[in-house]
Design a protein around this ligand. Structure first.
Ligand code: SF4
Ligand code: SF4
Ligand code: SF4
Ligand code: FES
Length: 942
């Protein structure tokens, strides 16, 4: 697969079929063999015979409305549409003759007679299927003229910030309507009216922005005319080349063709061959890339002696020397362990690898941690204990084979939208859905999708609910005995079975704690255990709890007990938040683990690294992020390197984080923007956006994708180069000529990556680790022939309620999450037009809780916990159960983490973001914290 390519893919007209039965037919005298169920149109296209078409495209099921693709089939009457006609053995098809030509020109005449003839100034000139088809059928005249009744004056809808809708150019092919339904699953568009009056309409004749549209862009991509067009194309013109790369937002890891004019991105088009997304995207990946060239980007290194001084722009040499001298001075004064660093799940594998290498080899300690600490560290722990590897078990495609889908603490349509669309497609095909979540997420009820069971549990009671599900499986005789006997450790199973059988885990016994009606929980357990292939998908609503790791093990127990591991359609699947959470963990970012999750105390492994790195490594695990903060406040931790992560906004108990950062003598921030953390930094090293990076990301399905630069680095350097220079300035030389050499070193030192190289990825597109040798193309489904650890291990999952309880003073429970239009701390998406959908964080509250407090929709409210208080706007929402409130943390001015506590997962210290006891009251002013942060104007506005 080449790096740079022309714009546009071959469109085969209808989707590929995967039948094992092959059919041979004759098209224009050529013998063609295709899978059964393939359309005549696709069979012709695959043989290199082009049939004119307008309403057909290979991302959608055929519709058969335009009649341009008609063909003759010997022995059949009339001229059937080739897009809707499946192939048959021995069929003889003629795609071109005088009669077909005449008929097609007639069809085109009708279209063109009601179409503006402004081709030369049309934004899609040169990339318009209508124009192409007029040429292809040889249209030379329009007998009807252009004076009749037409739609040429239809009004444009420019309400969406990213695309326009110009109905004067619409040919009512319904590709957009079908894309919105079939691919995206939102069903925001309809064809309103009949015959001549029929027109595309978002909702009940609303504008796009007022409709249910989620701006995924699938309709824009499907539109064969200029009716739906990206505003960037209107502004910049048609692209001239494209580069395949990977989205830098969520853990779905969608592949895109960045369509370019020189070094300017014209548009991002989801890549049809992208293993994770297969041609689909969400609003973030397709449209929200403008932050990369935003005026706020800092592209020059800066230093300052104290955080109270203004920044000084300096040369790279001066910044690196300043950082190195300060870090070494701190170590000389306070000891080798007084400094450390944090790697970023937004950076490439190669960038993360060099940072942890710098810390272990140049800093000389293991004080390296990653932002995954605060999201999916319990996943790593829980899945390693039970299955033997710290990663999800399936590829995304696997969901197509699931019969029962259990979604726990995840909101795929907002957090992982492209996978959410795939899941919805499977649900529309009939798979059953169980949602375990306090909040009524979209999946519970959306067009053509309804959960069979919504187990609306109390925040913090995941483990009790999971144990109760397992209790039903065990006590009602639903255990997959053969699977357990063959695949799992018998001693651990017997121990677990006795534990879970105890009546204290019954749905009835935990009903009061969980809030889930026992009968409903029993029914859900039976469905999961007996409904066919059952797959678990989960998110931070599982991990970000004081028992996050226990809950992960509870899900693994449930999957093993029912035999739902090791094949398509089943599994335990973490939906990763950031683009490279999986990769940053794989790359040895945890203080106790080298790459591939091998413990630093393992002498054999450590010696391999020492030999290749030419350094002596510490065999003791270093500090985790919360330990670093505590040690900073205590005065023993004095220096921090922070790679692409805004800990001052994203980590819990903001006041404590601020105190820790303020107590340090040297903080080095490597980032795109002067973020909240940079306010406490002494050195700012400008970073690169994904459009400048040359490396790899690893998505939630362990898929390693290439990230390719489409423009030169705005800072003049790759981030890994800067890290290498810093390590060298500290006396430990690290040299690579290219990112591929870093991957080669990773592969050399990491058995699960042994067969990975840039050259292979460029050749095959992507691979899912384990990829253990040159011939391997990776492992889509884990544990297929046995668990990685040998035998699956059932773990005891005692439920211990969180110490964070509602009380008279703090009677509500706050839980946090993200929304579709924003990403994490919002540093990127707030610098795009995505703010049109979500300009501020909102507190969702149940009507009863609001009424009790005299709160109306849109009121400013104060939210106070035992830790702190902040102010934001309220929205009365029927998604919330009584007693639970919800907000996002995308806007620093809101400071949602000012109220979250220090409670954390017992095994991994992942913070308990999902359970904070709070009180909510009406307010008319910002909180003290917001006033200190200078946020008065923004919050008090309106
Ligand atoms: S942008 Fe996506 S959600 Fe909106 S109408 Fe188009 S396909 Fe539907
Ligand atoms: S907007 Fe485009 S895709 Fe939709 S019906 Fe009109 S021409 Fe077809
Ligand atoms: S689903 Fe995730 S990876 Fe895909 S385009 Fe959206 S944000 Fe990017
Ligand atoms: S392309 Fe077949 S009917 Fe339109």
């Amino acid at each position: 697969m080449s790096n740079t390519m022309s714009v546009g893919d071959i469109d085969y007209g209808t989707p590929a079929r995967d039948s094992a039965t092959l059919v041979t037919l004759d098209i224009d005298g050529r013998s063609v063999t295709v899978p059964e169920g393939t359309s005549v149109m696709r069979a012709a296209m695959e043989a290199g015979i082009t049939i004119p078409k307008l309403c057909a495209t290979d991302s959608l099921e055929p519709h058969g409305s335009c009649r341009l693709c008609m063909v003759e089939i010997e022995g059949r009457r009339g001229t059937p549409a080739s897009c809707t006609t499946p192939v048959a053995p021995g069929m003889k098809v003629h795609t071109q003759n005088d009669r077909l030509g005449r008929l097609r020109r007639g069809v085109m005449e009708l279209y063109i007679s009601d179409h503006p003839l402004d081709c030369l100034t049309c934004p899609t000139n040169g990339n318009c299927e209508l124009q192409d088809m007029a040429g292809a059928v040889g249209l030379r005249a329009v007998r009807y003229g252009f004076e009749g009744e037409n739609h040429l004056k239809a009004e444009k809808d420019e309400s969406n910030p990213y695309f326009t809708f110009d109905p004067s150019k619409c040919i009512v092919c319904s590709r957009c309507v079908r894309a919105c339904g079939e691919v995206q699953g939102t069903f925001a568009l309809t064809i309103d009216g009949r015959g001549f009056d029929s027109k595309v309409s978002p909702g009940a004749l609303e504008s796009f922005m007022d409709s249910e549209c989620v701006s995924c862009g699938a309709c824009v991509q499907a539109c064969p005319t200029a009716t739906l067009t990206e505003k960037s194309v209107i502004e910049l013109g048609q692209p001239e080349h494209s580069v395949i790369t990977t989205c830098a937002y969520c853990g779905v890891g969608c592949s895109f063709k960045a369509e370019m004019k020189g070094t300017t991105v014209v548009r991002m088009v989801p890549h049809k061959d992208g293993g994770a997304n297969e041609g689909h995207s969400c609003v973030k990946g397709r449209f929200a890339w403008g932050y990369a060239t935003h005026a706020d980007r800092q592209t020059k290194p800066m230093v300052r002696d104290s955080i109270d001084e203004p920044w000084r722009v300096v040369s790279w040499e001066e910044a690196i020397s300043f950082a190195a001298q300060r870090l070494m001075a701190v170590q000389a004064k306070y000891g080798r362990g007084s400094i450390g660093g944090i790697t970023s799940s937004r950076c490439t594998n190669e960038e993360v690898y060099v940072v942890q290498k710098m810390i272990r080899a140049a800093f000389g300690n293991n004080n390296v941690d990653t932002c995954a600490r605060v999201c999916h560290s319990p996943t790593g722990y829980g899945l390693k204990q039970t299955f033997g590897t710290s990663a999800g078990t399936q590829d995304f495609r696997s969901v197509d084979q699931a019969d029962v889908i259990l979604v726990i603490g995840a909101n795929p349509t907002d957090g992982h939208p492209v996978f959410g669309s795939r899941m919805k497609k499977r649900l529309r095909q009939g798979a059953k859905l169980i949602v375990l979540d306090p909040r009524r997420i979209d999946l519970v009820r959306s067009p053509h999708v309804a959960a069979t069971h919504h187990l609306q549990l109390q925040p913090g009671s995941n483990v009790a609910a999971l144990n109760a599900l397992a209790h039903v499986v065990v006590t009602e005789g639903l255990v997959a005995r053969d699977f357990v006997t063959e695949r799992c450790d018998p001693v651990e199973f017997t121990r677990w079975e006795a534990f879970i059988r105890d009546p204290r885990h019954s749905p009835e016994a935990v009903e009061e704690h969980t809030g889930i009606p026992a009968a409903e929980l029993r029914a859900a357990a039976r469905l999961y255990a007996t409904g066919g292939n059952a797959a678990i998908y989960y998110g931070l609503g599982v991990t970000e709890h004081s028992q996050g790791s226990t809950a992960v093990m509870g899900m693994a127990n449930l999957a093993m007990a029912t035999g739902n591991i090791g094949r398509d359609g089943v599994g335990v699947n973490p939906l990763r938040g950031q683009n490279n959470v999986q990769g940053s963990c794989d790359m040895g970012s945890f203080p106790h683990e080298l790459t591939g999750y091998r413990h630093v105390s393992d002498d054999v492994v450590r010696q391999q690294f020492e030999a290749v790195w030419n350094a002596t490594l510490d065999s003791e695990p270093g500090l985790r992020i919360p330990n670093m903060f505590d040690a900073a406040v205590d005065g023993s931790f004095k220096g921090l390197f922070v790679q692409g992560e805004d800990i001052a906004q994203s980590d819990p108990n903001t006041q404590h984080v601020f105190a820790a950062l303020r107590a340090m003598e040297i903080v080095v921030v490597q980032d795109l923007f002067l973020n909240e953390t940079a306010a406490f930094a002494h050195v700012f090293l400008p970073g690169t956006s994904f459009l400048e990076k040359d490396g790899t990301f690893t998505n939630a399905e362990r898929r390693i994708n290439r990230v390719r630069p489409v423009m030169p680095s705005q800072t003049g350097k790759q981030e890994w180069e800067v890290v290498c220079e810093l390590a060298a300035a500290m006396g430990y030389p690290m040299r690579y000529e290219h990112g591929s050499q870093i991957m080669d070193e990773i592969a050399r030192l990491t058995p699960t990556f042994a067969g990975v190289s840039f050259a292979k990825l460029d050749r095959v597109g992507s691979v899912q680790w384990p990829c253990t040798d040159e011939d391997s193309v990776g492992t889509p489904i884990m544990h297929a022939d046995g668990f990685v650890r040998g035998q699956g291990r059932f773990m005891i999952t005692e439920y211990v309620p969180t110490p964070e309880r509602a009380s008279r003073f703090y009677p509500l429970i706050l839980t946090t999450g993200r929304i579709l239009s924003h990403y994490n701390v919002g540093a990127q998406t707030r610098r795009t037009a995505n703010v049109a959908w979500h300009p501020e964080d909102i507190l969702e509250i149940h009507a009863h809780d609001a009424e009790q407090r005299g709160i109306r929709d849109n009121d400013l409210v104060s939210i106070a916990s035992r830790i702190g208080a902040t102010t934001l706007r309220a929205r009365i929402s029927d998604r919330m159960p009584q007693g639970v409130v919800y907000t996002t943390f995308h806007h620093p001015v809101t400071g949602a983490n000012v109220v979250t506590t220090d409670n954390s997962d017992w095994a991994t210290n992942c913070p308990e973001y999902k359970v904070t006891a709070v009180q909510v009251t009406r307010s008319n002013h910002p909180s003290d914290w917001q006033i200190q942060r200078g946020a008065v104007v923004e919050v008090a506005a309106e």
